[in-house]
Design a protein around this ligand. Structure first.
Ligand code: PBG
Length: 333
């Protein structure tokens, strides 16, 4: 054939392919999510093989390992004892609570590691919702935001670098920004769960924290989070959320879940100049692990491909439970 252009020329050798590669993965792209509990030993999480509920000591060790592998940010999630859960989730702003203690402990041993937190009531709520549920079964917005501000300030005081509101209440980014600034934490950033969808992919995470919505008393409890998390049918709405978060002072915008929402990452990338993060969530992780355990897929190849595709879609940062494995694989080449 007489062809003037043969795209295969640039795919012929590893060197040529490396030269024209448009996107690369680096361990510094990863944010590593970690679960922590009060127990003295680490506890495996059934639906997330390879993940643990870490004891404080185990957490310190795991963060050291992550740093060693080139990871520069971790995000912490607490498994809160049932006895500490309440309707208003007040344990979330206890200065001596599990998360503030974990942050202080990590800052003492690994001061250079960036620490991100999660701001929402669900691990602390006996109703399992991200906000306060009224006696009529409505998740209250403004009342919840007031508590989230207190939670964010306590996390900042303990040493958090990035506050991550995951609750999807309206106006929370602006309110948290104001609360942080008032307390002298203008240097602490906000990584907002900007487009967080009401998704079935969070199942294993809710098992890890025992945080799924549930009836605890007489009041009606919504069975899902669809009155505050976004409808998976919508994409324009994500752009609106992004505009609001930017105008309220978010430093980084996040899309969650990741894999089924690459189009949303791409659209946000086109609309915004701010860093974009993608959350490769627990259900996505569990599916890969389950298939790999059965020998149906090549785990390393699938994970590295998946993470790379988040970057191609437009993400700068990727929250992933695979972070340490991926960093190790990248090092091995
Ligand atoms: C809490 C929160 C959730 C996740 C992160 N923060 C669960 C939820 O909103 O129900 C999910 C993370 C994952 O599935 O990996 N608001």
């Amino acid at each position: 054939m007489e062809l003037s252009y043969r795209p295969r020329r640039l795919r012929r050798t590893p060197a040529l392919r490396a030269m024209v590669r448009e996107h690369q993965l680096s361990p510094a792209d990863f944010i590593y999510p970690l679960f922590v509990h009060e127990g003295a030993s680490n506890e495996p999480i059934a639906a997330m093989p390879g993940c643990q509920r870490w004891s404080l000591e185990g957490l310190v060790e795991e963060v050291g390992r992550a740093w060693e592998l080139g990871i520069r940010c971790v995000v912490l999630f607490p498994k809160v004892a049932d006895g500490l859960k309440s309707e208003d989730g007040a344990e979330c702003f206890n200065e001596h609570g599990l998360i503030p203690r974990a942050i202080r402990r990590l800052k003492a041993s690994h001061s250079a590691m960036a620490i991100m937190t999660d701001v929402a009531l669900d691990p602390y709520s006996c109703d399992g919702h991200d906000g306060i549920v009224s006696s009529e079964g409505v998740v209250l917005n403004d009342e919840t935001v007031a508590i989230l501000c207190r939670q964010a300030v306590v996390q900042a005081r303990a040493g958090a670098d990035l506050i991550g509101p995951s609750d999807m209440m309206d106006g929370r980014v602006g309110a948290i920004r104001e609360a942080l600034d008032e307390e002298g934490f203008e240097h602490v950033g906000i990584i907002s769960y900007t487009a967080k969808y009401s998704s079935a992919y969070y199942g294993p995470f809710r098992e890890a924290l025992d945080s799924a919505p549930r009836a605890s008393g007489g009041k009606p409890i919504p069975g899902d989070k669809s009155t505050y998390q976004m409808d998976p049918s919508n994409s324009r709405e994500a752009l609106l959320e992004a505009q609001l978060d930017e105008s309220e002072g978010a430093d980084i915008l996040m899309v969650k879940p990741g894999l089924a929402y690459l189009d949303i990452i791409h659209r946000l990338r086109q609309q915004s100049e701010q860093p974009i993060a993608a959350y490769n969530v627990s259900g996505e992780y569990a599916m890969v692990k389950a298939a790999a355990e059965r020998g149906w897929i090549d785990e390393k190849a699938v994970v590295l491909e998946t993470l790379l595709c988040f970057k191609r879609a437009g993400a700068d940062l990727i929250l992933s439970y695979h972070a340490c494995d991926a960093a190790q694989w990248l090092r091995e080449g």
